[in-house]
Design a binder for this molecule. Structure first.
Ligand code: CTP
Ligand code: MG
Length: 243
């Protein structure tokens, strides 16, 4: 157990928390970006940020934000007494891909090639410290990893009318984690419009070790109004998720 805690506390981990999206799919229902929607009086993005800070497993926290939100983000951090000593603000781009790229460019000459870079969608508000430790442990044994949810429904391919074995299927989630050298290579080689980063890493040639780590589906991504209602209800009814 001590050895496990020791591994988790190793401070060569960096968090890239993405909050530079426009939240367009929710915009028709709420008049703000989803990451700033208040849940029990706290903006949504603070939920994952506070979990990562509490885990005490990270050296720096890169908040990828839109320039136009800078004051709002800083005010939210100040109002909630978040220590900003280890927080770095990075401006995001038009796409998620560009936003991650900007964070990786910043880290290129600030971190070491074997440091671990965690990338997380702020729209996935609930992430337990236990899950963070599970992922820290996994990345210490691999070159890159992704979180994923198991699937409990039957899965059918519509065009073939064919069921596929759900035991071999996962829904890909974040956090995803990479050694800095791996994520740098991903962005050198595949400057595409992929919706996540693990999809780039699995295309790299080389003898890399990877793993897909099961995490609870409570880390679902808020995309629609139904997701937001569900998230609010879960947080209101569970003290452990409140901040
Ligand atoms: N994101 C980002 N920069 C972008 C686009 C997305 O940092 N240019 C972030 C979002 O803030 C979000 C995560 O990437 O936390 C996942 O993106 P998504 O769920 O698609 O959020 P949005 O792009 O904001 O929403 P939508 O696609 O509905 O507009
Ligand atoms: Mg998007």
């Amino acid at each position: 157990m001590l050895k496990f805690i020791d591994t988790c506390m190793k401070k060569d981990n960096y968090l890239v928390l993405l909050l530079a999206g426009d939240g367009n799919r929710l915009r028709k229902d709420i008049d703000e970006k989803k990451q700033f929607h208040l849940i029990l009086n706290k903006p949504l993005f603070l939920y994952p940020l506070i979990s990562f800070i509490k885990s005490n497993a990270f050296k720096k926290y890169l908040l990828v934000i839109s320039k136009s939100d800078e004051e709002l983000v800083k005010k939210n951090l100040q109002d909630n007494r978040i220590d900003t000593k280890d927080i770095i603000f990075i401006y995001g781009g038009k796409t998620r891909n560009e936003s991650v790229k900007n964070a990786i460019s910043y880290l290129t000459d600030k971190a070491n090639d074997d440091d671990k870079i965690f990338i997380h969608d702020s729209a996935r508000a609930i992430i337990s410290i236990k899950t963070i430790y599970k992922l820290v442990d996994a990345i210490n044994k691999n070159d890159f990893i992704t979180s994923a949810f198991p699937i409990y429904d039957s899965i059918i391919l519509k065009d073939k009318l064919e069921y596929i074995n759900r035991d071999n299927c996962y829904r890909v989630s974040t956090p995803q984690a990479f050694s800095l050298d791996v994520i740098k290579k991903c962005y050198e080689k595949y400057d595409d419009k992929a919706t996540d980063d693990y999809s780039k890493a699995i295309k790299l040639e080389g003898n890399y070790k990877t793993d897909i780590v099961n995490i609870p589906s409570i880390s679902f991504k808020v995309t629609t109004i139904d997701d937001l209602i569900m998230l609010e209800s879960i947080i209101k009814n569970n003290k452990e998720y409140q901040i």
